[in-house]
Ligand binder design. Structure first.
Ligand code: NAD
Length: 252
């Protein structure tokens, strides 16, 4: 079967770990040149090495998605190395689990700057390249928390709700230009982020499994499969949607 992303270049933010790493790996297996835009150089480099060792093309660019100059550098390095950018996955994200009274202004800014402003900056600086070629795919990673809320996660849920609105709005603006903007809302996925929460809290994974109709928590590859669809030509008629991949969690 023909690889689904042959001759494509994809930037995946936060691709050193968890969901982003699985997306980068899957896209590379489908023929894409992959840019790993990651704030942590150790995990970013190891993701680059893993993909190259498997015989694919990858480039690590140390990037803090909340900082304009880093994002501009990320795009410049992508163009220098691979000549274009066809796909952007806004996956980098952080979780600050605090009650409203414990949530300092700095906590709020950090979450919103990474999860929402980061996506804006990455789109802002890549979209011109997509416009020139009259084609592009933008996949934003939201969360089921945007839809149903999560306990002591107000900043995170607000940022992920913002991602859904950004997706709807830019989906409409950019569709006439041949650029699809869509989002994925993962349920509970087995990654370092969730494992961190699980170490703080009381049967988090056990409760998650019980509340998920599918009876398991998800794997990063489950989200990578959805991202592949939204990044491929098969999703050309899908505009401004958020695709919840959650084992049925929010449907109950
Ligand atoms: N795991 C879940 O259950 C779950 C559920 C819903 C949504 N999500 C979302 O999926 C995305 C990936 O999460 P994950 O579970 O793989 O977590 P993770 O912590 O394993 O991965 C997040 C990655 O983003 C990177 N990152 C953080 N801040 C960054 C910044 N400013 N610039 C660049 N990179 C940065 C981290 O270093 C890390 O490599 C996040 O947006 C998260 O909110 C995860």
């Amino acid at each position: 079967m023909k690889p689904k992303l042959e001759n494509k270049t994809a930037i995946v933010t936060g691709a050193g770990s968890g969901i982003g790493r699985a997306i980068a790996r899957r896209f590379a297996e489908e023929g894409a040149c992959v840019v790993i835009a990651e704030i942590k150089s150790d995990t970013g480099k190891s993701a680059e090495e893993e993909i190259r060792k498997a015989g694919h093309k990858a480039l690590f660019v140390e990037t803090d998605v909340s900082v304009s100059k880093d994002v501009i550098n990320m795009v410049e390095k992508t163009i220098q190395e691979f000549g274009k950018v066809d796909i952007l996955v806004n996956n980098a994200g952080i979780l600050v689990k605090k009650s409203i009274l414990d949530m300092a202004e700095e906590d709020w800014d950090r979450v919103l700057d990474t999860n929402l402003k980061g996506a804006f900056l990455c789109i802002r600086h890549t979209v011109g390249h997509m416009m020139k070629q009259k084609k592009g795919k933008i996949v934003n990673i939201s969360s089921m928390g945007a839809k149903i809320g999560l306990h002591n996660d107000c900043g995170y849920c607000a940022s992920k709700g913002g991602i859904i609105s950004l997706t709807t709005s830019l989906g409409i603006d950019l569709a006439p230009l041949g650029i699809n903007v869509n989002a994925i809302g993962p349920g509970i996925i087995d990654t370092p982020m969730v494992n961190d929460v699980a170490t703080q809290g009381k049967d988090f994974i056990k409760n998650g499994i019980e509340k998920t109709p599918r009876g398991v928590i998800g794997k990063p590859d489950d989200i990578a499969a959805a991202a592949l669809f939204l990044a491929s030509d098969e999703s050309d008629f899908v505009v401004g949607q958020t695709f919840f991949v959650d084992g049925g969690f929010i449907s109950v």
